[in-house]
Design a protein around this ligand. Structure first.
Ligand code: NAD
Length: 260
């Protein structure tokens, strides 16, 4: 059986762990060859080894460095000869009250979460354009669809990713499709930093329609669908993969809530 991503070459940022690593595994299982781009060398090389060098290479990348992006472009074209898909997945968090923000920390977060993906598009989209086709997937968040207390810089960055996706879709069409994906809570080092077990972590999801945290593979499968040719008429869209969280939260005592 041939996979949906047969013959595609994908660059995935933040691919050393969490959702990025799950995306790399899913893409390879569907026939793609992948470039694992991350600041985490050891974990990135371990995943390269797991997936096999004919299918995956690790390339060091700090997404905020234009020089690093040029290196990723060069290494990808040298090894695989083409770039079909870019998944801008790398991001960092910063828990802080609105009256406590520190400018250098906010700017560092913006340079990774916003500028990082924009530099990726700047550097890799020309190769896609030249080839006549490409797909860019920007990983935003449920927090790019709503507000959250204690996370204002992260929320700002994820709304920015959602907005810039639409500007990129306009500028890069018709050859290149650009889509944002908005995961809800996902069981990764970012979404479950203490590594809490299923029961404990899901207790925090009692007011979400699917009433559990998402697994990284569940987001990765949607990313793979958006990347493949079956999604050929999809661009500029925002796809929530959040267990229904963006639809709302149950109001206790009203019909339909878990308590009634
Ligand atoms: N986990 C969640 O609950 C959740 C929810 C919504 C959205 N997201 C988003 O999904 C994406 C992946 O999140 P995750 O949960 O897998 O996070 P994670 O923290 O588990 O992994 C992030 C990866 O990005 C890498 N990274 C960090 N800074 C980098 C940089 N400057 N350059 C290159 N790589 C860098 C890290 O080394 C790591 O491998 C992020 O964009 C995140 O904002 C996560």
């Amino acid at each position: 059986m041939t996979g949906r991503l047969e013959n595609k070459v994908a660059v995935i940022t933040g691919a050393a762990q969490g959702m990025g690593a799950a995306t790399a595994r899913e893409f390879v299982s569907q026939g793609a060859r992948v470039v694992l781009a991350d600041v985490a060398h050891e974990a990135g090389r371990a995943l390269e080894h797991e997936l096999g060098e004919d299918r995956a290479i690790f390339v060091p990348l700090d997404v905020s460095s234009e020089d690093d992006w040029r290196d990723v472009r060069g290494r990808t074209l040298d090894k695989f000869g083409r770039i079909d898909v870019l998944v801008n997945n790398a991001a960092v968090g910063y828990f802080v009250g609105v009256d406590q923000i520190e400018a250098d920390k906010v700017m560092r977060l913006f340079s990774i979460n916003i500028l990082g993906g924009m530099l990726g598009v700047k550097t890799l989209a020309p190769a896609m354009r030249e080839a006549g086709a490409g797909v860019i997937i920007n990983i935003s968040s449920l927090d790019g669809l709503r507000g959250v207390n204690g996370m204002s810089p992260y929320v700002a960055s994820k709304w920015a990713v959602r907005g810039v996706t639409k500007a990129q879709a306009l500028e890069l069409g018709p050859a290149i499709r650009v889509v944002s994906i908005h995961p809800g809570g996902v069981n990764t080092p970012m979404g479950n930093p203490t590594g809490a077990g299923e029961e404990e972590v899901n207790a925090g999801y009692a007011r979400v329609p699917l009433r559990r945290i998402g697994e990284p593979a569940e987001i990765a499968r949607v990313t793979a669908f958006v990347a493949c040719d079956d999604a050929s008429y999809m661009t500029g869209a925002e796809i929530a993969v959040d267990g229904g969280w963006s639809s709302g939260h149950y109001h206790s005592g009203l019909p339909g809530s878990p308590e009634v």
